[in-house]
Design a protein around this ligand. Structure first.
Ligand code: ASP
Length: 304
């Protein structure tokens, strides 16, 4: 288990993002690892600018995730991992610490799935919408695209490799961000294409409140990545929050305990990012590697 903890920030706001948990980091060339670091840094700066200007945690996590969705390196938005049929089906969720949430699953038309999830939260009585139509998205003033927009040659090659068993496992690359703003409001957002070679219609933990994404004021905000079925069965994000809330344990101890109780018995790999109500930050994963970015008080840190 790898755990990184940053104490409460002097500014009162804090942001941490992830770009997925996986293995085989040693297979990344220097150049590739540099590109991931650049993508993570740009996304961090987009969200940090919102928070530094006094903006909301919700705006910050959406701005951060939007950047990562637009970056074809990550498994979200353009460049998402593909289903067994070669299609992209996007899932995303946002949640604010006051208990509101919105999510979409199997979305094929929203250029930025995170914004569609936010619209579900703000514009509908629903929490989770499956496959919103192009008309619905346009009605929300969201940018829409044809499904081919999400496909990249690298992901098509990855799918062939997995299907031909050239590649056994694979890096995941799901993205997420959690933040606390200067007013003490918490928010979490997560976005993914799911697992490479998943069957069409399969939905993982990402858009499920309490499994892949969770926020509660006074407790913390959490975004997960990894083998979605284990996160669903272990209700992982909510389990971490419950440990903090009811047992009064620090966030890093809560993450460690949840990974031990819910992921390890299922032989599942993954990682979590969290920000506490005190603006401390935690990154934890039991996978060999996890992409992440945050400020440690002195400098911007990226994990690739
Ligand atoms: N948790 C995501 C899913 O199962 C995949 C990932 O995080 O890489 O859909």
């Amino acid at each position: 288990m790898h755990l990184f903890h940053v104490p409460p920030s002097a500014s009162g706001w804090a942001l941490v993002l992830h770009g997925g948990a996986g293995g085989r980091v040693e297979e990344l060339s220097l150049e590739e690892s540099g590109s991931y670091a650049e993508g993570l840094t740009a996304a961090y700066l987009a969200g940090a600018a919102v928070l530094a200007a006094g903006g909301s945690a919700l705006d910050a996590v959406c701005a951060t995730v939007e950047r990562l969705e637009d970056d074809p390196l990550f498994n979200a938005g353009r460049g998402a991992a593909l289903t067994a049929e070669g299609t992209a089906e996007l899932d995303a969720c946002v949640m604010t610490g006051d208990g509101r949430a919105g999510a979409i699953a199997a979305c094929r038309h929203a250029r930025n799935p995170v914004h569609a999830a936010r619209k579900v939260m703000e514009e509908t009585p629903a929490v989770l919408l499956i496959a919103p139509s192009e008309e619905r998205l346009t009605g929300w003033d969201l940018a829409t695209v044809k499904p081919a927009y999400f496909l990249t040659p690298a992901r098509q090659q990855q799918l062939r490799n997995v299907q031909d068993r050239v590649l056994e496992g694979s890096r995941h690359g799901t993205v997420g961000a959690v933040a606390i703003d200067v007013q003490g409001r918490l928010a979490a957002a997560t976005s993914t294409g799911g697992m490479v070679n998943q069957s069409e219609g399969r939905v993982g933990d990402t858009p499920i409140v309490g499994a892949g994404t969770y926020a509660r004021d006074g407790v913390g905000a959490i975004s997960c990545t990894g083998e979605g079925e284990a996160f669903l069965q272990g209700v992982v994000a909510a389990d971490v929050a419950a440990r903090v809330r009811y047992l009064g344990v620090p966030m890093d101890a809560a993450i460690e305990a949840t990974v031990a109780a819910e992921l390890e018995p299922r032989s599942a790999m993954g990682g979590l990012i969290a920000v506490g109500a005190d603006s401390s930050i935690v990154v934890g994963h039991n996978s060999p590697a996890m992409f992440a970015a945050y400020h440690d008080g002195d400098r911007l840190v990226t994990h690739t």
